[in-house]
Design a protein around this ligand. Structure first.
Ligand SMILES: O=C(O)C1=C[C@@H](OP(=O)(O)O)[C@@H](O)[C@H](O)C1
Ligand SMILES: C=C(OP(=O)(O)O)C(=O)O
Length: 464
């Protein structure tokens, strides 16, 4: 296993005192690149015809795990500090060799993929591993073993792949990490039906590798609604960006044509989900936070901040910047709850921080699948809101925040980056909030403490 874990140490983390904003925050901030886009581009580069360049990739635990895994599967990775003197970093990926004629057993060692706690690694790479013909072992953090994987493993079995070690067929349970993948005779099927109601990543993971399957893939979803459909939309868009044909032959059905993937050069957008805590800082302190480089059109679910923040009483303005981007400014107004928020997916913990500061209740619906995220986020959010004196209840498909938090305390983080940033937002306006393990943010934003402090320090007029 690699040692990228921020939780590998047995020394308990020091609580992080969340900085309190003494007055409305006024700052311009920049956030690192999108995790979801970075890991999709890195994976597709490893399946391409020749070397590809990903400019402005995310550097975080999840992207390091993706890179390390792709290297183990045979891709070569070169880090470029200053891409074409632009001052921006890049990574050049040379693809996994011999994918068209995989030779089982040709590799001397059997790759061992460390998924950490990254959904994009554990759900996206099994299909890639199957394409190599090698015997590949997958495992991850203790928390990763609790995350649902069954639909991906069933789908791979349906495509002729051998999956062992997950315990699922013997026990009739959903599969989970650890497991071993091998497709000694290649991928034989071309169509699958899966239940992707527990994670959109089940769909994305199969689609991302599908162009390199001998017959492409038709994937049909059967079951309750697929959550976070924006992420499937992102997958389709990224696939078409690199020249892969995707169509929609029927409802809840996606078809990926087989074919080569041309080399590509692409620049990654900032992470609009990770922008959330910074934008919410304006909303909760009644200040103004601006972000340059906000994409005018994005498949990221974080584009929804432009509707969510006004629903909580903030105003959002877009200032022209380039053909592709605007500067987004959020100005806090008087915080109020919209009553219900639906399908907020990975934005939920951050939206919950807003809800936990409103006097009116907020009901979160269609987010039941958050129980299979980095932690059971429904239970975690309800527990931590109660710990700080608020009232919250779990519901069948989400939770309700019934009364606001009233005092500080030590917020538990459950190795979840978004629980850490949830607490940081509350700490801006609630005295004595401490974050149990701020290093959880290294999953997608290792610089979070410095960026957060920078936002507060840049506020003029004698801020803390
Ligand atoms: O495809 C992706 O990059 C993601 C899909 C979503 O997963 P779920 O559908 O499991 O929520 C999201 O929550 C996750 O952070 C990233
Ligand atoms: C659910 C998340 O991550 P993952 O990609 O590990 O599923 C998240 O980042 O909120």
């Amino acid at each position: 296993m690699t040692t990228t874990s921020s939780h590998a140490s047995t020394v308990p983390p020091q609580p992080w005192p969340a900085p309190r904003a003494g007055a409305p925050l006024r700052a311009e901030v920049t956030v690192p690149a999108s995790k979801s886009l970075t890991n999709r581009y890195l994976l597709l580069a490893a399946l391409a015809q020749g070397p590809s360049v990903v400019i402005n990739p995310l550097h975080s635990r999840d992207s390091q795990l993706m890179l390390a895994a792709l290297e183990q599967l045979g891709a070569a990775v070169e880090h470029i500090q200053d891409w074409e003197h632009s001052g921006v970093a890049a990574v050049r990926i040379s693809p996994i060799p011999n994918l068209d004629e995989p030779t089982p057993g040709a590799e001397a060692t059997e790759p061992r993929i460390d998924c950490g706690l990254a959904g994009t690694v554990m759900r996206f790479l099994p299909a890639v591993a199957a394409l190599t013909g090698q015997r590949v072992h997958f495992d991850g953090d203790p928390g990763a073993r609790a995350r649902p994987m069954g639909a991906v493993l069933h789908a791979l079995r349906d495509l002729g792949v051998e999956v062992t070690g997950d315990g699922a067929p013997e026990h009739g349970e959903e599969g989970c990490l650890p497991f071993t993948i091998q497709a000694p005779t290649g991928i034989t099927g071309d169509a699958i039906t899966m239940d992707a109601s527990a994670s959109s990543q089940f769909v994305s993971g199969l689609m991302l590798a599908a162009a390199r399957m001998p017959h492409g893939l038709t994937l049909r979803h059967a079951g309750d609604a697929v959550p976070s459909l924006e992420h499937v939309e992102m997958t389709c868009k990224v696939l078409s960006q690199v020249g892969i044909e995707v169509s929609y032959p029927a409802l809840h059905t996606w078809k990926v044509e087989p074919g080569p993937i041309e080399s590509f050069t692409v620049r990654v957008e900032p992470d609009l989900s990770n922008a959330g805590p910074f934008l919410c800082a304006a909303a909760v302190t009644g200040g103004e936070v601006s972000m340059r480089g906000w994409p005018k059109h994005s498949t990221q679910i974080g584009r929804r901040w432009t509707e969510l923040l006004p629903a909580f009483g903030a105003s959002v303005t877009e200032h022209p910047e380039t053909d592709a981007t605007v500067t987004l400014s959020v100005r806090g107004g008087s915080l109020r709850s919209p009553g219900t928020v639906d399908g907020t997916a990975e934005l939920t913990p951050t939206v919950a921080a807003l809800a936990a500061l409103c006097t009116e209740p907020t009901r979160f619906t269609s987010v039941g699948h958050l129980r299979g995220h980095e932690t059971d986020r429904i239970a975690a959010l309800v527990t931590e809101i109660r710990r700080l004196g608020g009232t919250a209840e779990e519901t069948a498909d989400g939770f309700e925040v019934l009364s606001p938090v009233s005092h500080g305390g030590l917020v538990h983080t459950y190795a979840d980056h978004r629980m850490a940033t949830f607490a940081a937002v509350l700490g801006l306006v609630v005295d004595a909030v401490e974050v149990q393990d701020i290093s959880a943010t290294s999953k997608t934003m290792p610089d979070f403490p410095a960026l957060w402090a920078g936002m507060i320090d840049r506020t003029p007029d004698g801020q803390p």
